[in-house]
Design a protein around this ligand. Structure first.
Ligand SMILES: Nc1ncnc2c1ncn2[C@@H]1O[C@H](COP(=O)(O)OP(=O)(O)OP(=O)(O)O)[C@@H](O)[C@H]1O
Ligand SMILES: [Mg+2]
Length: 307
């Protein structure tokens, strides 16, 4: 059974006498231990989708199943979900980390002893033990964000929803949150993550789903998506001059010389013929042109806007 199944979700908001079709058609699945990066431009419908999954707003149509259960029909389902929404609104600012963990733990149905034990483990793990009695409002933003994730994990959910978990964090806090996300997934929790920092999505996710104007426009394993967009262009740099006879020999095996670099866009096997021509010039580098997720994302989103 999937940790999360979302079929054909739709949501239209009414605002100032107008209708906003925030989510037109979104389907997603997520297995235990999997990290799905849910990407899209501002206003694409990510937060709205996450709120429907978390049972906070009712979809107009479509269905959500969390470990096979319906969060809108059966409130017990929400015990399987932890969510950190935009901003740190799942914390009480006047309470300490310890008190927040206790409060939300009890709310999620744990008994006091379980809450204390589990809270302590999370405070240690998130490196917040020294601050356990400080009011949340006096913690740094990174600490607040780590606490928000800890609170979302207090009841050991099967599905964790993270809406921009690294927004506004410094380099070190971002690394911290990234390491925590990886570790939590390794323990079997399914994670749905939105972020505008595509390098983070590339590093953390097993799969990517891209949403634009309320519709999923691409969905595939992160590695496949990157491979699919990789050309077979190689750039080869060598030390020393490329004389006229070498340039000629290179063109015979399908390579060209541009700005002192050899460019080859043939099969991977043919690359060795090019390297034979260059032998024995010392190689500086042979580089395959691989686009990163940012380039792929921009390409897909632009193509779709022009369609
Ligand atoms: N409560 C609301 N009332 C009316 N319209 C809303 C409401 N919440 C969101 N919207 C609209 O729904 C659309 C989708 O918004 P949503 O917050 O889901 O986008 P998002 O993908 O999370 O964007 P971002 O990357 O900026 O966080 C937008 O056009 C937004 O203006
Ligand atoms: Mg959002």
């Amino acid at each position: 059974m999937k940790a999360l199944e979302v079929d054909n979700l739709k949501k239209t908001y009414r605002y100032g006498g107008k209708l906003v079709e925030a989510v037109r058609s979104v389907s997603l699945t997520l297995a235990a231990g999997e990290v799905l990066a849910f990407l899209g431009p501002n206003g694409a419908g990510k937060t709205t989708t996450i709120k429907m999954i978390a049972g906070l707003i009712r979809p107009d149509a479509g269905r959500v199943r969390i470990a096979g259960l319906d969060p809108h029909g059966n409130p017990q389902t929400l015990r399987l979900v932890g969510a950190v929404l935009e901003g740190n609104r799942n914390l009480y600012w006047r309470l300490s980390p310890e008190e927040n963990l206790e409060y939300f733990g009890v709310l999620k149905g744990l008994n006091r002893a379980e809450v204390r034990r589990r809270g302590r483990v999370l405070l240690e793990r998130f490196d917040l033990l020294a601050k356990r009695r400080t009011r949340v409002q006096a913690l740094s933003r990174g600490m607040q964000q780590k606490l928000a994730i800890a609170v979302a994990l207090i009841h050991q959910p099967k599905l964790l929803l993270l809406d921009e978990p690294t927004l506004g964090l410094d380099v070190e806090a971002t690394q911290n949150v990234k390491a925590l996300v990886k570790a939590i997934a390794q323990e079997g929790c399914a994670i749905l993550l939105t972020t505008h920092q595509l390098n983070i999505a590339e590093e953390l996710s097993d799969r990517v789903a891209i949403i634009q104007k309320g519709e999923i426009i691409a969905s595939s394993p992160t590695r496949d998506l990157i491979r699919q967009f990789s050309g077979t262009a190689y750039t080869i740099e060598v030390e020393g001059e490329l004389n006229a006879s070498r340039v000629q020999a290179l063109s015979e095996v399908g390579a060209t010389v541009q700005a002192g670099k050899v460019i080859y866009t043939g099969s991977p096997e043919g690359l060795y013929l090019v390297l034979d021509v260059l032998n024995p010039l010392p190689l500086v580098q042979v580089k395959k042109d691989t686009p990163d997720l940012t380039e792929i994302f921009l390409k897909l989103v632009r193509e779709e806007s022009n369609a």
